[in-house]
Design a protein around this ligand. Structure first.
Ligand code: NAP
Length: 262
């Protein structure tokens, strides 16, 4: 039983943003539950990296879209450690399809929306019950700025927009017993899976528009998640925070009219 360390459960932590987030929580002194679906080697590598950094972690397999597997995951962690302090709903359950609406089948659309929402629904229900007993906890949902895009990735965009609304319902429930719930919406983050879609032209475009003058890396995302889970954000709940290096703010400028305000 891990009574002294705070315990963070991160879904889909074997690769990408989840893996970087797991390592960041490990560095910050949490015991990390590295959830994965099928890639056990990747999850074990994350656990090994956390241990090399002096932290503690364990890999736990569960398909977060399956209610029974989620029940076993959450109950197993609670029994072993006695508490779960942070849940990060990160798993990339169904990758985004970039087909326009006219070419999209109902089956692909439904698969994306269903995968995104089932991947947070069961975890939220189970964790809320645990955190209600504890009268404390932090839940962070990982969303995307694609929720606000029109004209591309219609299924992904719709799924993430639904997630954003769902997260506010969870925040409303959590607020009744001291649990904070926030959502981080990332713009493009260079991970192994997303990176395949980043052409040189797109990378240049994203870099030009970023206040960082480079692409957003998983480690940038990870630090934001871990900071949001920390004490300094204890009074913040029900919020959607965008992390996209500045892409969004540039998009909202009145380009054709700017000269009128000079
Ligand atoms: N990358 C971006 O540009 C970007 C931008 C905005 C938002 N996001 C969001 O950030 C999150 C992470 O994205 P990513 O690019 O880091 O993903 P990724 O590199 O594709 O990694 C996906 C992870 O999720 C796990 N996973 C998939 N389905 C699962 C399931 N049903 N149950 C448990 N684990 C499951 C995978 O486990 P296995 O390895 O075992 O299959 C893997 O560890 C997603 O919610 C994504 O929508 C990403």
């Amino acid at each position: 039983m891990n009574q002294h360390k705070r315990v963070a459960l991160i879904s889909g932590a074997g690769r990408g943003i989840g893996a970087a987030t797991a390592r960041e929580f490990g560095r910050r002194g949490y015991h990390v539950i590295v959830n994965y679906r099928s890639n056990i080697d990747a999850a074990r590598d994350v656990v090994a990296a956390i241990e090399e950094d002096g932290g503690s972690a364990q890999a736990v397999q569960a398909d977060v879209c399956d209610g029974e597997q989620v029940a076993a995951l959450v109950e197993g962690v609670r029994e072993e450690h006695g508490h779960i302090d942070v849940l990060v709903c990160n798993a990339n359950t169904v990758g985004p399809s970039f087909q326009p609406l006219a070419e999209l089948s109902w089956a692909s659309f439904a698969e994306k929306v269903n995968g995104e929402l089932s991947g947070v629904f069961f975890l939220s229900q189970r964790i809320l019950a645990v955190m209600r007993e504890q009268r404390a906890g932090r839940i962070i949902f990982i969303s995307s700025t694609a929720a606000d895009f029109i004209g591309m990735a219609v299924a992904h965009s719709t799924a993430k927009a639904a997630l954003n609304t769902f997260s506010r319902h969870v925040a409303g429930i959590g607020a009744q017993y001291g649990v904070t719930v926030n959502t981080l919406a990332f713009g493009a983050v260079r991970t192994e899976s997303s990176g395949q879609g980043f052409s040189e032209g797109l990378q240049g475009h994203l870099t030009d528009r970023s206040v960082l003058n480079r692409l957003v890396e998983p480690e940038d995302a990870a630090r934001a998640v871990a900071t949001l889970a920390g004490e300094d954000f204890g009074a913040v709940t029900g919020q959607l925070i965008r992390l996209d290096g500045g892409y969004d703010i540039l998009d909202q400028q009145f380009h054709p009219l700017t000269s009128h305000f000079d």
